[in-house]
Design a protein around this ligand. Structure first.
Ligand SMILES: [Fe+2]
Length: 235
């Protein structure tokens, strides 16, 4: 089995899980559909499924488009408000795709439908958890909740130190780290009190400012419709 971040540019990570000539995509971005399709074709891979760790606000997911075009399942957490999902997962879902076992853990906070996707040796954390100093994703966007995020961070005891944290956003070239490393070095994982987390999140949200693509990307993801006009692609 091979896991690879195949984003062509930008900070949003897209993971390809490849095994036995078959592939699963986690958090693909609609802007890069042709990039993914050429990777699949070049490597002679059959796409089995797409998954989204949560309803994204910063990009249009490619999950519903790939699902419709290629006739593959689109998996999301069971309570998501997003349309276009063909298969809902929960804590009891156990999937095997191309010989790789998948399980799912609800970690609300960044969004109410955030989940960790776990496969052997790796967890895909979306914006629930980043590597190192980047901490975690913001909680001031639709369905974000600080207390839920904090509680979700405290709920990871069952996960091994050894798993690699494959997060939803990292600066290009970032070396991914294990959960054990993050337990020692991630400022949120070492934090003791909820009020410290609130201060950290408020300061981070202020630094980040508004999400530039949210007014186009979020409705597209909720309604599973590609808008006629996509501002960042029509310059
Ligand atoms: Fe997000």
């Amino acid at each position: 089995m091979q896991v690879e971040d195949i984003r062509p540019e930008g900070w949003a990570c897209t993971y390809l899980i490849e095994n036995e000539g078959k592939a699963v995509l986690i958090d693909p971005v609609w802007d890069y559909m042709s990039h993914y399709q050429s990777i699949l074709a070049d490597r002679d891979l059959e796409l089995l499924a797409c998954m989204a760790t949560h309803t994204h606000a910063d990009h249009i997911t490619a999950c519903f488009s790939l699902s419709q075009e290629q006739g593959v399942p689109f998996y999301m957490w069971k309570d998501t408000a997003s349309l276009g999902v063909t298969h809902y997962v929960d804590e009891n879902t156990n999937l095997t795709l191309a010989g790789v076992d998948y399980s799912f853990h609800h970690v609300p906070g960044h969004t109410s439908d955030s989940m960790i996707i776990a496969i052997p040796g790796h967890i895909f954390t979306g914006d629930f958890l980043f590597n190192g100093g980047a901490g975690v994703g913001r909680d001031d966007l639709p369905s974000g909740r600080l207390q839920e995020h904090w509680d979700s961070i405290q709920s990871l005891g069952h996960l091994s130190d050894d798993v690699l944290v494959c997060s939803g956003h990292e600066p290009p070239g970032t070396e991914l780290q294990t959960l054990g490393w993050n337990r020692e070095h991630n400022p949120i994982m070492t934090m003791k009190r909820f009020d410290e987390f609130v201060v950290w999140q408020n300061e981070t949200a202020e630094k980040l400012g508004s999400v530039s693509k949210i007014k186009t990307a979020l409705p597209a993801n909720l309604f599973a419709e590609i808008p006629e006009h996509i501002p960042w692609l029509s310059r």
